[in-house]
Design a protein around this ligand. Structure first.
Ligand SMILES: *Cc1c(COP(=O)(O)O)cnc(C)c1O
Ligand code: SF4
Length: 325
């Protein structure tokens, strides 16, 4: 059954030729940067580009197309802007905030987002695998203040149901852990992955389960993934969304309002709107804090309070994400 999504992954766009074949647009060859692609390889599920609006200026394509801008060095932009390497408790376990901990299940993703703050992350050292699994569980057993586990990555849903089930079962044996959260971009970009087996694993868990999607633009929600969100919702999994504020992708009030409304239509509540982390190679996506604040003031007029995301940024060393008011 899980063959479906794995096969789907094999059909991912992995080269400029695949990209041109899928979009039937030869012009993209001139925009595509091989140099940027060497730094962080193109990877796009074909379905993600099925609703391109305007190929020259598409808000989805911009998130995934290797561009020459990425290769410009920008002062103040770092390789590990959020200090994750310093907060590693055991390999793959990032304990920065008091009672919740990030569990890096895998470094793999179904899609490569050009602005990603983990694009330089040394995943092969950091991800949890069978050998360093136990130290992570021991650490969690010893830290009774931890009440929530956040499965992250990469994308934690890239691993098989079998592995995920094993992991959840191990975590369930640790009594002080009450909540399980999954940070994933997969439900919208590779909906085939959300199979019935996965849903039943989550549904049968003793944890209160929430799933935090990563959707930046209303066009990422469409008939191809609508059913999956409905199913998750019906399984009493809390659906939340985090977006990244990205220049020329979603930094307009109209676009952000449409995003919140569409998320709600799909059963998802807006949670965070992140200011971009200053990762080397992503400076062209940056939106200034002052501009972000004006945008928030503008969208507040057009959205009910419960559809307002929290504008936040991550400051290395802080005890929580910093709210920007
Ligand atoms: C974002 C993050 C969390 C979760 O923070 P919330 O405010 O609870 O969403 C936990 N740990 C790390 C390391 C994080 O970056
Ligand atoms: S970790 Fe998230 S933002 Fe980064 S490439 Fe993977 S899916 Fe995209």
């Amino acid at each position: 059954m899980s063959i479906d999504w794995q096969q789907q992954l094999c059909n991912n766009i992995k080269s400029v030729d695949d990209l041109i074949k899928t979009t039937a647009n030869e012009k993209l060859r001139t925009v595509f940067s091989s140099h940027a692609n060497q730094q962080f390889k193109i990877k796009i599920p074909t379905g993600f580009l099925s609703n391109l609006s305007d190929i020259e200026n598409d808000p989805l394509l911009k998130q995934v197309l290797p561009h020459a801008n990425e290769t410009q060095l920008t002062e103040g932009y770092l390789h590990d802007p959020v200090g994750d390497m310093d907060a590693m408790a055991t390999p793959g376990l990032i304990h920065k905030y008091k009672n919740r901990v990030l569990f890096i299940v895998t470094g793999a993703c179904a899609i490569h987002c050009r602005y990603c703050f983990r694009r330089h992350f040394p995943y092969s050292d950091a991800q949890i695998n069978k050998e360093n699994w136990e130290p992570a569980f021991n650490y969690l057993r010893e830290h009774s203040e931890i009440s929530e586990i956040i499965l992250s990555g990469g994308d934690p849903l890239m691993v098989s149901n079998e592995k995920l089930n094993y992991l959840i079962q191990q975590l369930e044996q640790i009594e002080h852990i009450k909540r399980l959260r999954i940070h994933t971009r997969i439900p919208s970009v590779l909906p085939e992955r959300i199979d019935s087996e996965l849903i039943s694993i989550l549904q049968n868990s003793r944890f209160l389960v929430s799933l935090v999607t990563h959707i930046n633009h209303a066009n990422e929600l469409n008939e191809s993934n609508k059913g999956v969100f409905k199913q998750l919702k019906q399984s009493e999994i809390q659906l939340l969304n985090q977006s990244v504020l990205l220049a020329n992708v979603n930094n307009q009030a109209k676009i952000l309002i449409e995003l919140s409304e569409k998320l709600y239509e799909y059963g998802i509540l807006p949670y965070y709107l992140h200011l971009l982390d200053p990762v080397q190679g992503a400076a062209h996506f940056f939106v200034k804090e002052a501009d972000a604040i004006s945008l928030m003031d503008e969208i507040r007029q057009g959205l009910p309070g419960y559809l307002m995301p929290n504008l936040v940024k991550e400051i290395a060393g802080e005890q929580a994400k910093t709210r920007i008011l």
